[in-house]
Design a protein around this ligand. Sequence first.
Ligand code: AMP
Ligand code: MG
Length: 530
Amino acid sequence: MKLEQLRLDNSYVRELPADPEQHPGARQIYAACYSHIKPTPVRAPKLLACAHETATLLGLDTDECSTPAFADIFSGNTLLPGMQPYAACYGGHQFGHWAGQLGDGRAINLAEVINPQGQRWTLQLKGAGRTPYSRSADGRAVLRSSVREFLCSEAMHHLGIPTTRALSLIGAGEGVLRDMFYDGHPQIEPAAIVCRVAPSFTRFGNFELFKQRGDRHNLRLLADYTIRNDFPELLSPGETPSKETYLAWFREIVRRTAHMIVHWMRVGFVHGVMNTDNMSILGLTIDYGPYGWLEGYDPSWTPNTTDAQGRRYCFGNQALIGQWNLARLANALLPLVGATEPLQAALHSYRNDYASAYDAMMAAKLGLRTHQGEADDALLAAMHTMLSLTETDYTLFFRALADLPDTQDAEALLACIRPAWYAPQDIQGETRQQILDWLHRYLDRRREDAREPAERHAAMNAINPKYVLRNYLAQQAIDRAQAGDVSMVEQLLELLRHPYDEQPEHAHYAAKRPEWARVKAGCSMLSCSS
Ligand code: AMP
Ligand code: MG
């Protein structure tokens, strides 16, 4: 359908309490879920890229995306009749500490679209200007971080990972001042706006803020609204949520969060800022900031330079942080459930949810039908040790494993894995032997699994992606986009629509990180400045 035919609704605004003031001045906002605020227009909006699948999700004709009206609406320059834009109020724990009120400092929700299937999708502009939650910042987003958010949202979706979606990337035609390295050298950078799409953008932090302020009334209103809209299966028709409902809801959030993080571990994704204001209540990957993709396997790797000291949000810590964040949420929901023990029990189920999903996922990555208890635990532990012997590309290693020949020929085995090594010349002596030992052990286990080879191969390639949004690829696309050429953004979007397919014509995009990218900003180290 056409843009003006979209069926819009504003249930969040209609059903939840608003901040009575209507100006963008920074302030503390109590007893409200959001503030009315309009996007600030930009000088010359220009569509840089758009994801047709997301348009289709909304029921929008894909041709509509290239119209001037589309660029006007999704840059925030015009509102469609019926849109009631707002910024949400939330708080959060940042790097382990309560940070107080945060809120949508540069995100503005336009409206909800009810698509022809009856699904509700919230449209949100990121980088649309100041809101009461902007504090001292400008409410804008730079092109580089917008390209990263746009591409990664869609890449994650096509990898089969729960995520917020991206509809469009629009250049603002104006610049913003950023001190990218926080070293006193600010520069003007091009600004952009991404339209994000999700059933809801509510975070753990929305509930935490009410709890911290002792506002039970609004805590309950927001919880009830969320359950009614996003977890309707927890209520029978006409039923109002009870203590049991809240508990079942929390239990479901635990389950979804565990599954989301298992997916991250599967593909080597490191979120980089797992603060509780960046944790979706729906278990979606949200807020693509200084995230990164594991290149050489290293559980202690973090892409976020702000996190380089503590490594709180490194690859290997994500499961634990998920649980820590859920504990903050449990505490926020305590006034609704009324008792600590059942919440604690639900929280404890995280370990099991995570461990069983993780084991099944790792077994599947290895092409095994099931995870066989302690024997496979030992096989996996040995694999992690083996991967740490020499810098080994996480994505390429698993993709190669599907092609591992069932042979005793050492050279044939090593040749299969070699493309994943960053320093193949180092694979000698003891290291070489340890790698071979593991490969033989793995082959023994594979034989025991007795799966038809073609079936195993297909199953492995359906879970181990060939293409991920490698840090240096995103940076190359950004460098070109900043010079006015968005063709690589389009190429990557197209490539990452089919991350599990061989796509031989694009094989160069599967290559391991080139040496120049090891220390280049944006490629393996990212600042929070965005
Ligand atoms: P993040 O670390 O990106 O999750 O952001 C944490 C908080 O800072 C959120 O409340 C954001 O809305 C806010 N924020 C980040 N960048 C800006 C900006 N350029 N302008 C206004 N608020 C911002
Ligand atoms: Mg955030």
